[in-house]
Design a protein around this ligand. Structure first.
Ligand code: FES
Length: 105
């Protein structure tokens, strides 16, 4: 699936991510900067914070309770904030657009 990651400064990275990987893994494997993923995708660090494009919020679903509680540790959380390790790439997400925060902490 084609995923567009937009850095805080507006730089776009359009990469092809295999279904089954997470949006976080897609960024790491394609050297997209801006996602740290300190915990390696265990929903335990909140350094894979992204903002899901409004048009894709429904398709990506809602964060789980565990993800919600981890998001409390991210900065500048918005209603469209997600932890990208918790978004599973599928063909239904072909064209997904996510924006990256200025910093990951
Ligand atoms: Fe740690 Fe997503 S990689 S919460």
């Amino acid at each position: 699936a084609s995923i567009t990651y937009i850095e805080h400064d507006g730089t776009e990275h359009v990469v092809d991510v295999k279904p089954g990987l997470s949006v976080m893994e897609g960024a790491i494997r394609n050297n997209v900067p801006g996602i740290d993923a300190d915990c390696g995708g265990a929903c335990a660090c909140a350094t894979c914070h992204v903002y899901v494009d409004e048009a894709w919020r429904e398709a990506t679903g809602k964060p789980s309770a565990m993800e919600e509680s981890m998001l409390d540790f991210a900065e500048e959380v918005e209603p469209n904030s997600r932890l990208s390790c918790q978004i599973r790439v599928s063909d239904a997400l072909d064209g997904l657009v996510v924006r990256l925060p200025e910093n990951q902490h």
